[in-house]
Design a protein around this ligand. Structure first.
Ligand code: DAT
Ligand code: MG
Length: 138
């Protein structure tokens, strides 16, 4: 299996809660390499491009609103099967029911705004990883 790269985002809730270090620690402890990292207060245009697959869904507007509510940390991580591996570290989308041991399961919960504040984003395929890395590390 070839070495892959993926885009990880620590979302505004993770930054506000001072969990950047804890999330990076888990990525590094798993053995992935932090190849690049930047803090960004994302523009609406960047978020629209990033979340284009969700445009028109009921949660789209609140999602873009939330993602522009504060800075996020964008990480280029690399390693064998890192795309799948980080999705596994992150846990399932809903933090309340995400498995303990995962980032969302251990550190996230429902704060009254449904599944929105789930701390991290991770690319879900080689195609989306390539597309998303080009957006965030242009
Ligand atoms: P994931 O982040 O696990 O890949 P996704 O790509 O389906 O999940 O959705 C992107 C983000 O949108 C997700 O992290 C949180 C939000 N979201 C997804 N489904 C939602 C829903 N039913 N209600 C509110 N927010 C939702
Ligand atoms: Mg997704």
């Amino acid at each position: 299996m070839a070495v892959e790269e993926t885009l990880i985002l620590v979302k505004p809730d993770g930054v506000k809660r001072n969990l950047v270090g804890e999330i990076l620690r888990r990525v590094e402890a798993k053995g992935y390499e932090i190849a690049d990292l930047r803090m960004v207060h994302a523009s609406r245009a960047l978020l629209a491009a990033h979340y284009e697959e969700h445009e028109g869904k009921p949660f789209y507007e609140p999602l873009v609103e939330f993602m522009s509510s504060g800075p996020v940390v964008a990480i280029r991580a690399s390693g064998e099967r890192v795309i799948e591996g980080f999705r596994s570290l992150a846990g399932s989308t809903e933090p309340t029911s995400a498995a303990p041991g995962t980032i969302r399961g251990d550190l996230g919960r429902d704060w009254g705004t449904s599944v929105q504040q789930n701390l991290v984003h991770g690319s879900d395929s080689t195609l989306s990883a390539e597309r998303e890395l080009a957006l965030w590390f242009a």
